[in-house]
Design a protein around this ligand. Sequence first.
Ligand code: ADQ
Length: 488
Amino acid sequence: RTKLRGDEVIVVSNREPYIHEIDEKGDLFVRRPASGLVTAIEPVMRACSGTWVAHGGGSGDRKTVDAHDRIKVPPGRDEYSLRRIWLTPDEEQGYYYGFANEGLWPLCHVAHVRPVFRESDWQAYQQVNRRFADAVIAEARSDDPIVLVQDYHFALVPAMIREKLPGATILTFWHIPWPNPESFGICPWRRELLQGLLGSTILGFHTRFHCRNFMETVDRYLEARIEQEHSIVSVQNTETYVESYPISIEWPAKDIAARWRPAEDCRAAVIQRLKLTPGHRIALGVDRFDYTKGILERLHAVERLLEKHPEWVGRFTLVQVAAPTRSSLEEYRSFQDRIERVCRRIAARFGSPGYEPVILLVEHHEHEQLNELYRAADVCLVTSLHDGMNLVCKEFVAARSDEQGVLVLSRFAGAAREMHEALVVNPYHVEECADAIHQALVMPAAEQRERMASLRMTVREFNVYRWAGRMLSDAARMRLRQRIEARV
Ligand code: ADQ
């Protein structure tokens, strides 16, 4: 808030932070989406109040807005404005499911799912990007707002805004990895995407590695001047500062953490609810049900663990919470079927009446329910095949005020660059993962405490306000420079 000093802030993202739905009885209720992006941006918006422009996708969304499609949120607290954009089914199909999630998502993640590029999806993507850019321009009260453009759904938006509002400070954050130039180069519209992103004042990625990949991609496919040591890319007269800003979570306030039930009670509650035996060891996975999250590899590791260490059979369970996501895409449906098949196979091999080695909960959980699971678990398994950052590992650490519990973390998640005290694994290496789970289960309490205390220091210090603060300070610096240059 100090950094912004009254500047106008507008956020653009596909996902809205509050979704209004209508239940079977016709009553309205509000839902928080399972989204890393929303988890990260929402505290920043609450702190600076402004306008959030997003797709209104809930069945009750239209019922709750005013004549300008706006609503104050969080419900009941009215801290900032949410401006909803309505998409037609064809727009949503082509822009969101098609180009963004069948094209860009697999293109940017090395997860061996082949991207699909349809001309009609590309048309819809351009059209929807134009609609969001127009909405930002209409919402802007000044000619130099700060606009935060979020993610791969809106690669074209920065240049579209820049054209109409040359004085805007546009901060674009790409929440997923950026691949190497060869991989990115298969996209038929690579030049257009790059030119769109280079309308940004600042373009942020989670890691330096992704920044370097981006700059090499620009170098390969556009006529641009690249100053590696200053991280500046210039095309014609526009300069973009490309920097890494590792995203994080809001560290729980002292009074909130003080009200949490003791970890032992959480454990007892989960054991009772899931019908486990007392003394049962719990490994936890929390993910959107996405093929990049390494859920299959995690199951293979659990299966191998039970083969290798029969002493855990009957005493160990993986609780896998998977939030349904993009389920209208075939790739996601068949992935879910495959996971369910493997769970049944593991149950057939190692389960018995009253004992399930894997409990798969395919449902959205509220924050409090997740927190209880995080506090109940002996081990948290984050085995992404590729992940921009991954917030689940940070949420787990934040929940463990008792300094117990072990994090097993994929080396291919951006988070592995900061969370060195985790047991860092290659999720493709089944044996290594099985061994890491075993090591976690037998780790002495004192070692758990040491590792967890250190992880907690990192996440507490490098929290989401640090992420936003660094980006906004850089923006403030660039605004000043622009103003000075405009006067010369
Ligand atoms: P995501 O791919 O969505 O984010 P992640 O960072 O792990 O991945 O965040 C997922 C969020 O959804 C977490 O806050 C988690 O608690 C929540 N969630 C998961 N399963 C849930 C469930 N069943 N019920 C309720 N909530 C659930 C993208 C990138 C990441 C990057 C973030 C932020 O893919 O790499 O970390 O953006 O930049």
